[in-house]
Write a protein that binds this ligand. Structure first.
Ligand code: PLP
Length: 388
């Protein structure tokens, strides 16, 4: 009964771990979860107030498919003010999270057999969406030696006549790596003269630690033309449940095609979220965003220090996002087994590296209070010591 297409989607590898965590919790076991991909903070009050006002004002009907004019203007204003990028409001589509922006993009450009280059470790959704769009993921592996970033040489070697797109995620989920201007320039050099689209996922832009974020499209006119900039408010403004993401591209045909797809599938996003998002995009909660960023940075520093004191584990300091990608290769190269046993024996839930395309690692989210982080890492330490 099911289509071949839907059967091409893999169930989430993390499901096994989260259902085990749920079972253990139900048995009354003290489970500490470091698997969340969302901030532990609440949405800033000003944004909530704006949403309540929108409801009371009766702003509850369908809107234009890509978003209301004041919202598209606010996104364009943000991209200009913070990234130096000139987009017209008509170059922007707002969707139900950056996830839908990516879905729209992949569906709009990938033909059967088209290759999409994805650097690993990657965010789990990319290869699944490429396969669902009948494309072929081409994975470039990276490790600590390059700070989990691809080099120009690796990119050059991965390109074939079938390459349609490359996905760049900076800051990265799951490794926290951030591409510098020079690194992006060297990748841009390789892409020059090709028709390859760059999908630049900049979801964690605001969460950087002691390093400048550089927007991929800002590298050169050539990169601006080929890049689709994807971003949202889920991570940086603690708005995961509101479902707000956007993409921007100067390519009118591409934007038109995605507008068609969205108009026939989900239409506009929630009208109330749109009003609330304007407040976040206009810089009215920048102080609250900075407070959250600082809290994440303090946790990152502490967690990295504690992990690197554990004999048998190692981790790089993340330059952004709220994850550590912890290397377990001295202890185990089977991340599912490692994470299952860790959970069963200590009640600590982390995500197996294999889900991100890299064996011998786990992802530890530090979107949790510092006391819980300390307790969690202390339990991991005891577990690792028992394995040595
Ligand atoms: N991109 C990256 C790299 C992410 O980690 C996530 C969420 O985990 C998303 C996009 C999707 O965010 P949302 O759909 O909530 O905007």
């Amino acid at each position: 009964m099911l289509s071949d297409r839907i059967q091409s989607l893999s169930p989430s590898l993390t499901i096994a771990i989260s259902s085990l965590a749920r079972d253990l919790k139900a048995e009354g076991k003290d489970v500490l979860s470091f698997s969340a991909g969302e901030p532990d903070f609440g949405t800033p009050q000003k944004i909530k107030d704006e949403a309540i006002k929108a409801i009371n004002d009766g702003f509850t009907q369908y809107t234009a498919v890509p978003g209301i004019p004041e919202l598209l203007k606010a996104v364009a204003g943000k991209l200009k003010r913070e990234n130096g990028l000139e987009y017209a409001p008509s170059d922007i589509i707002v969707s139900n999270g950056a996830k839908q922006s990516l879905f729209n993009l992949f569906q709009a450009v990938i033909n059967p057999g088209d290759e999409v280059i994805i650097p690993a470790p990657y965010w789990v959704t990319y290869p699944e969406l490429v396969i669902y769009s009948e494309g072929k993921p081409v994975i470039i592996d990276t490790d600590e030696k390059s700070g989990f970033k691809i080099t120009a040489e690796q990119l050059k070697n991965a390109i074939t006549p079938k390459t349609k797109m490359i996905v760049l995620t900076s800051p990265s989920n799951p490794t926290g790596s951030v591409y510098s201007k020079e690194e992006l320039e060297s990748l841009a050099e390789v892409l020059k003269g090709t028709d390859i689209i760059v999908a630049s996922d900049e979801m964690y832009e605001k969460l950087v630690y002691g390093i400048d974020f550089v927007a991929t499209a800002s590298i050169s006119e050539d990169m601006y033309q080929r890049t689709v900039t994807i971003n949202g408010l889920s991570k940086s403004v603690a708005m995961t449940g509101w479902r707000f993401g956007y993409l921007a591209s100067p390519n009118k045909a591409l934007i038109g095609a995605m507008n068609n797809l969205q108009s026939q599938s989900t239409s506009n996003i929630n009208s109330i979220t749109q009003k609330a998002a304007v407040v976040a995009l206009n810089g009215e909660v920048d102080a609250e965003i900075e407070e959250m960023r600082q809290a994440f940075e303090e946790r990152a520093i502490e967690a990295v220090k504690l992990f690197n004191e554990i004999d048998g584990l190692s981790v790089l300091k993340p330059d952004g996002a709220f994850y550590l990608f912890v290397n377990t290769k001295e202890i185990s190269n089977d991340s599912i087994e490692f994470c299952k046993e860790l959970l069963q024996k200590t009640g600590v839930a982390v995500v197996p590296g294999i889900g991100f395309g890299a064996e011998g690692y786990f992802r530890f989210s530090f979107a949790t209070d510092i006391e819980t982080i300390r307790e969690g890492i202390s339990r991991i330490k005891k577990f690792v010591e028992s394995k040595k």
